[in-house]
Write a protein that binds this ligand. Structure first.
Ligand code: SF4
Length: 468
């Protein structure tokens, strides 16, 4: 009974989900990185940094540090990562990373506190304690880190080999949030994806993180993996939900072996078919909401007292490159190869290979390779899309005031394009606002795509993952 109620509150309708299962962006940014080009270079980025310092009230900062190294390849992986067992390779990268932190840090005013910090990868916990401490010290040297009670400092952790003592060290360094990649506990699946980890150990790490002082623990799962079964995935979901991590993300595996070499190890014959994939997703919704998790949007679930749920209540929820985030309006500063910064109205992305990342830094320059200058139209659409991804209501006057436009005129074409979605009861367009209905909550990406000015021009939609 409880499960049924939760399902209807989310509006998960398998038939509808199947119908809207098209490839599309995940909208962790708008425009997406596909629009990035060579127009943004170091000089353009530094001008944006200067502008942001000169704002009437400069925003606090959110830092992202990309640590690309992993011990072994997970076959489903689509991340920017490098497999190595050579410590000198990691040390060489860290030397450049420290240099980049210094170069960027001296450009931001010291009165702009770092409210968020996220170490992603790759496997950040592949670094030694000493390397993580040194990195943290360098960040502290050049940026003003927010005091403990106000900061959200997170690290992605690989459960394999992670110990209670290590968790305590991470907490002492200054991290207060952690996310674990669990994916699926079914041994058949773990073997097929080359990521074997002990379920019991994984679950114990949730409690151990809390004891070590982490105030937020997230678990990442993946559906659509090879050899996955409804029974196996349901067991994983149940075990994870019982362990009560604050957040659970359930990502859909996107099989794109033409882009990600490791995925060539996955036999397409072992992948769940479309029906099973949908069932797996349905299981995730049923089990997690049945255990009291709230559905936030896209692939994210959280306990009712989690910061993300609270941020949605207080209107500060937003999308960024890490998914959902509690703070709106922070300038995002990225470090490391492939990292993306978003400062003022400029996106800037670092070089994607080690050589191209190292060479500019060795010459004393930032390794920015490409980016994007947001136009007024981009800003308005980003605002609309961001709101649709996070909330159930889009008041037209909010967009009109912020972007000096008349919503119904400016988005006249989009409102017409929404009519079939309105007929399917995904949305309701009222005189002064757009409402995301329960049936549309699970299909936010399809709603957002209506307002994406670039999609119609992009032919290669198949390189995006599917909505489901
Ligand atoms: S999934 Fe994570 S740990 Fe596995 S190869 Fe990719 S980045 Fe490394």
């Amino acid at each position: 009974m409880q499960v049924k109620y939760a399902m209807s509150a989310i509006g998960f309708d398998p038939e509808l989900v199947r119908r809207y299962d098209v490839a599309g962006p995940r909208y962790t940014s708008y425009p997406t990185a596909r629009q990035f080009g060579p127009a943004v270079d170091e000089a353009a980025y530094l001008r944006a940094v200067k502008r942001s310092n000169e704002d009437f009230i400069p925003s606090p900062l959110s830092l992202y540090v990309h640590l690309p190294f992993c011990k072994s390849p997970c076959f489903y992986c689509g991340c920017s990562r490098l497999i190595t067992s050579r410590p000198e390779r990691i040390a060489a990268y860290l030397r450049r990373l420290h240099r980049e932190v210094h170069l960027q840090g001296q450009r931001f005013d010291r009165d702009r506190p770092v409210r968020q910090l996220h170490l992603g990868g790759g496997t950040p916990t592949y670094l030694t304690d000493e390397q993580l401490i040194a990195l943290f010290n360098t960040l502290r040297e050049v940026f003003t880190l927010e005091e403990r009670a106000l900061r959200e400092f997170s690290i992605e952790a690989d459960p394999r080999g992670l110990t209670v003592a290590r968790l305590q060290t991470l907490a002492e360094i200054g991290f207060n949030r952690i996310s674990y990649g669990f994916q699926d506990f079914d041994p058949q699946v773990q073997e097929a994806i080359n990521r074997v980890q002990d379920p019991q150990h994984c679950l114990e790490l949730i409690t151990a993180a809390r004891r070590a002082g982490f105030c937020s623990v997230s678990a990442d799962l993946i559906y659509g993996l090879p050899r996955q079964t409804e029974a196996g995935f349901t067991a994983t979901l149940g075990a994870v939900a019982e362990a009560r991590p604050d957040r659970v993300a359930v990502y859909g595996y996107a099989h794109l072996p033409q882009y990600f070499k490791a995925q060539q190890h996955i036999h397409s014959t072992e992948l769940p078919n479309a029906d099973l994939r949908l069932h797996l997703l349905q299981c995730a919704v049923e089990v997690l909401t049945g255990h009291g998790y709230e559905y936030l949007g896209m692939d994210h679930f959280a306990l009712p007292d989690d910061d993300l749920v609270q941020a949605r209540i207080h209107g500060t929820l937003q999308r960024n490159f890490q998914g959902y985030s509690t703070h709106a309006g922070l300038d995002l500063v990225g470090f490391g190869m492939t990292a993306i910064s978003h400062v003022s109205d400029v996106y800037a992305q670092n070089a994607k290979t080690l050589d191209c990342y190292y060479a500019p830094l060795d010459a004393g320059n930032l390794p920015i390779e490409r980016g994007y200058f947001m136009t007024a139209d981009d800003c308005a659409r980003a605002d609309v899309i961001g709101r649709l991804m996070c909330y159930e209501e889009l008041p037209f006057d909010v967009i009109e005031r912020r972007h000096n436009l008349v919503f119904r005129e400016y988005f006249a074409r989009e409102l017409v394009a929404l009519q079939p979605l309105e007929a399917d009861k995904l949305v309701r367009v009222e005189a002064d606002r757009l409402l995301v209905l329960p049936r549309g909550r699970f299909l936010r990406r399809a709603l957002a795509m209506v307002f994406d000015a670039y999609l119609p021009r992009e032919k290669a939609a198949s390189t995006y993952s599917r909505v489901v």
